[in-house]
Design a protein around this ligand. Structure first.
Ligand SMILES: Cc1cc2nc3c(=O)[nH]c(=O)nc-3n(C[C@H](O)[C@H](O)[C@H](O)COP(=O)(O)OP(=O)(O)OC[C@H]3O[C@@H](n4cnc5c(N)ncnc54)[C@H](O)[C@@H]3O)c2cc1C
Length: 413
């Protein structure tokens, strides 16, 4: 495996960095952070997004046939790294939705959704979790009943992040009422503006007080989505009916290995180092303390491992190979690093680092306190670390399966 980036990829990184220096103002950064609570994007933020789009960076690794740039997954990795680090923005062509449509969609679905995703006219949210099943996705009850040339959908989804801004939901449903577990599940691509769809906010710990834009775990809102006799044509089906389990796996794995995932887990180490290098009160003594220097170095080494694990997965995907245990191993190590790191930071900086914004004694607008509160969520969402460990035990170490239930977790955001 050779992780050296190509000269043209390094040029791409420099171009993006120059663009960000020139175009991303503090107020646009704030507007982008604010948009996640459902206020929509400001004109300045929309203009910034349009400029990203005009440069082709929203679909850097997607096929040219559908309007992408046809570049490598490493080029996409660079785009994702730069925009996430600068503005917490997911840009670069990863995520559920489009990659799964490229892999399993019909020509018509690709032609409809891929160019629209590149223009950002189509944005998917992920409709997997339900109130009674998160890890155990095979327990999905949301039902789609086929009548003639349409499906009628009834059920509820929960923790549907960005449903308030999304144009479509990537919806996992049970199409065969007699089926159990993985069989009989299907994926439907459902417009969010159809009659019968209700989105209700679920506010997170990050909502009150609102996390600062610089916090790495800063999602103040996720949602409940109710589907009440929602009708879609059968052409909304992605892949074959009943094959939904297989259809989602690739998208989920790609979501687990994107640059954004590892950055979420390591950016607070960088916050700490920047803080220790600043002239904030008390930092001079802390940065001279050998125990602090040891800890910071240890965290930095772990952060490099997180990045290398992601690059290994990118390399596997670039070669067209299937993931075995790699995405799962990464989904254990990086989120747990995030928890170790936020706890260490809290000890190094002391009690003030646990104060949220609003307190006169909070450090850096409460960013460390928000990260401490939020780090745990990454160990649960998108496939919990317990379940990912089980997959590593089975797939990397060939250990026997413990029960049928442990096989069932595939998940997600
Ligand atoms: C901020 C946030 C955003 C999210 N966004 C989305 C989204 O956009 N779309 C979406 O569909 N979902 C989303 N989720 C939901 C997320 O995927 C689920 O929370 C996650 O899958 C866990 O499911 P659960 O909450 O039902 O917990 P449970 O499944 O009840 O799990 C609780 C605990 O039990 C453990 N556990 C469960 N089963 C096993 C097992 N077989 N072996 C070992 N341990 C086990 C888990 O590891 C976990 O620690 C989001 C969640 C959060 C927190």
């Amino acid at each position: 495996m050779d992780f050296a980036l190509l000269p043209e990829d390094l040029v791409l990184r420099r171009e993006i960095q120059a663009f960000i220096r020139e175009e991303l103002t503090e107020s646009i950064r704030q507007d982008l952070a604010e948009a996640v609570v459902g206020v929509g994007y400001s004109p300045a933020a929309l203009e910034f997004l349009a400029k990203i789009r005009a440069r082709g960076w929203t679909a850097v690794s997607w096929p040219t046939q559908y309007g992408g740039q046809g570049r490598s997954r490493f080029a996409q990795f660079i785009v994702e790294e730069e925009f996430h680090r600068a503005a917490g923005l997911g840009v670069g062509g990863g995520g559920t939705g489009a990659p799964a449509i490229l892999a399993a969609g019909t020509d018509e679905q690709r032609e409809t959704f891929i160019p629209a995703s590149i223009r950002m006219d189509t944005v998917f949210c992920q409709g997997y979790s339900e109130p009674h099943c998160g890890t155990d996705l095979a327990g999905i009850r949301c039902r789609a009943t086929r009548t003639g040339d349409k499906y009628v959908i009834n059920g509820q989804k929960i923790y549907t992040t960005n449903a308030q801004n999304a144009t479509h939901i990537f919806l996992m449903v049970r199409t065969d009422p007699a089926s159990t577990r993985h069989a009989g599940l299907s994926v439907l691509l459902v417009p969010m503006d159809l009659p019968g769809i209700t989105v209700r906010p679920l506010w997170t710990l990050q909502h009150e007080p609102r996390s600062p834009a610089t916090a790495t775990y800063a999602e103040p809102r996720t949602n409940e989505v109710f589907l009440d006799n929602v009708e879609v044509p059968v052409s909304a089906l992605l892949g074959a009916e009943g094959d939904g389990w297989r259809v989602v796996q690739r998208g989920l794995n790609l979501d687990r290995v994107g640059a954004r995932r590892y950055l979420i887990s390591i950016m607070r180490d960088e916050d700490l180092v920047n803080h220790l290098k600043s002239d904030a009160p008390g930092t001079a003594e802390k940065r001279a303390d050998p125990r602090v220097r040891d800890k910071v170095a240890e965290l930095w080494i772990e952060a490099q491992v997180c990045r290398l694990m992601t690059m290994r997965s990118v390399s596997i995907d670039e070669q067209g190979l299937e993931f075995n245990y790699e995405a799962s191993a990464e989904k254990v190590f990086a989120p747990e690093h995030g928890v170790r790191s936020t706890e260490a930071i809290s000890q190094i900086l002391g009690p003030s680092a646990q104060l949220l914004n609003g307190s006169p004694y909070a450090i850096d607008d409460g960013v460390f306190a928000h990260n401490l509160l939020g780090a745990f969520q990454s160990t649960v969402n998108h496939g919990s670390v317990q379940v990912m460990r089980d997959q590593v035990a089975r797939k990397a170490l060939n250990m026997p399966r413990v029960s049928n239930k442990s096989e069932s977790s595939g998940n997600k955001k």
